[in-house]
Design a protein around this ligand. Structure first.
Ligand SMILES: C[C@@]1(CC(=O)O)c2cc3[nH]c(cc4nc(cc5[nH]c(cc(n2)[C@H]1CCC(=O)O)[C@@](C)(CC(=O)O)[C@@H]5CCC(=O)O)C(CC(=O)O)=C4CCC(=O)O)c(CCC(=O)O)c3CC(=O)O
Ligand SMILES: NC(=O)C1=CN([C@@H]2O[C@H](COP(=O)(O)OP(=O)(O)OC[C@H]3O[C@@H](n4cnc5c(N)ncnc54)[C@H](O)[C@@H]3O)[C@@H](O)[C@H]2O)C=CC1
Length: 223
C-alpha cells in the first residue's frame, strides 16, 4: 500500500528535466512532459528507441549518449529513473533524493518522491488520475473514458466561463457578488451558448445584484 499522495499541476517551462533511460517507458514519460509544456528535456541513455530518436533528431529533446553518472542530475528540477535496471533506478532515485530533486522511479513507484498520473486533456481542462500505483491499467482506462465521453461536454462551458470570469474581475463587484455570479453561471454554462453572450451576462448581473440587494435588506432587518 502506497502512502498518501498530493497532486499539483506543474509549470515546467525552462526547468531542466532529466530522463535516464531511452526505452518505451522513457518515451511515454517524455511524451507526457512535452505535452505538459516542458521545454528542456534531456535524455541520458546509451541507446534510444525509435520514438525518442525521432524527437532527438527534430530537436525536441536533448540526448546525451552515455550511461548514467551522478553528474547528469546537476541543476535538474525533475528526474525520471526509467532504465530497465531496477537497482540502477534505485541508485538514481537515491542520488536525486539526496540532492532534494523530485524523482520518479518507474520500476518502483514507492521509491521516488512522485509518481506519474494518467492525464486526460481537452483544451484548457486537465484531469490527472492516480491509483497511487495500485492499478496503472485502471487509470489508463479512466483517462480514455474521460477524454471521449466526459471532458468534451465541458469544452464550450469552459471557454465561456473563462471569458465571463475575466469580464467579472474587471467590474467593481465585491468578492461575494463575484462568487455568486460565477456559481450561478456554472449551473447555466452548458446551455448558455445558445443565447448571445451579452444577454446572458446582463441576466447574470441583474440576478446577482438583485439577490445581493435582498440579502443586504434581510441583514438590516435582522439587526
Ligand atoms: C507507480 C507508477 C510510477 C510511474 O511510472 O510514474 C507506475 C509504476 C508501474 N507501472 C507498471 C506497469 C504498467 N504501467 C502502465 C501504464 C501507466 N503507468 C503510469 C503510471 C505509473 N506507473 C505510476 C503510478 C500511477 C498510478 O497508479 O497512479 C501511467 C498512468 C502514466 C504514464 O506512465 O505516463 C500509464 C498509463 C497512462 C497512459 O497510458 O496514458 C501499464 C498499462 C499499459 O502500459 O498499457 C502497465 C502494465 C499493467 C500493470 O502492471 O498494471 C509497473 C510494473 C512494471 C513491470 O511489470 O516491471 C510499475 C512498477 C510499480 O508497480 O511500481
Ligand atoms: N512505470 C511504468 O509505467 C512502467 C514501468 N515499467 C518498468 O520500466 C522499465 C523500463 O522499461 P522499457 O522502457 O520498456 O525498457 P527498454 O528495455 O525498452 O529500455 C531500457 C532503456 O534503459 C537504458 N539503460 C540501460 N542501462 C542504462 C544506464 N546505465 N544508463 C542509462 N540508460 C540505461 C537502455 O539504453 C534503454 O534505452 C522496465 O524495466 C519496467 O520495470 C514497465 C511498464 C510500465
Amino acid at each position: 500500500m502506497m502512502d498518501e499522495v498530493y497532486p499539483i499541476m506543474l509549470r515546467l517551462g525552462r526547468q531542466r528535466v532529466v530522463v535516464v533511460g531511452g526505452g518505451s517507458i522513457a518515451a511515454r514519460k517524455v511524451n507526457g512532459l512535452l505535452q505538459g509544456g516542458a521545454q528542456s528535456v534531456t535524455v541520458i541513455a546509451p541507446q534510444l528507441c525509435e520514438k525518442l530518436q525521432q524527437l532527438a533528431d527534430e530537436g525536441s529533446i536533448c540526448w546525451q549518449a552515455k550511461r548514467y553518472e551522478k553528474s547528469v542530475l546537476k541543476s535538474a528540477g525533475l528526474v525520471f529513473a526509467a532504465t530497465d535496471d531496477r537497482r540502477l533506478n534505485e541508485q538514481i532515485s537515491n542520488d536525486a533524493l539526496n540532492c532534494d530533486i523530485l524523482v520518479c522511479n518507474v520500476s518502483d513507484g514507492e521509491q521516488g518522491s512522485f509518481i506519474t498520473p494518467a492525464v486526460a486533456r481537452s483544451n484548457e481542462l486537465t484531469v490527472a488520475i492516480s491509483s497511487g500505483g495500485s492499478s496503472p491499467a485502471l487509470v489508463k482506462h479512466m483517462k480514455r473514458e474521460l477524454e471521449h465521453n466526459y471532458l468534451p461536454h465541458y469544452d464550450q462551458a469552459q471557454q465561456l466561463l473563462k471569458r465571463l470570469r475575466a469580464d467579472v474581475l474587471r467590474t467593481d463587484m465585491n468578492a461575494r457578488q463575484r462568487q455568486h455570479l460565477l456559481s450561478l453561471a456554472v449551473s447555466e454554462a452548458v446551455e448558455a451558448a445558445e443565447q448571445p453572450y451579452e444577454t446572458w451576462y446582463a441576466s447574470l448581473y441583474n440576478r446577482t445584484v438583485q439577490v445581493e440587494g435582498e440579502d443586504a435588506e434581510n441583514e438590516r432587518e435582522n439587526n
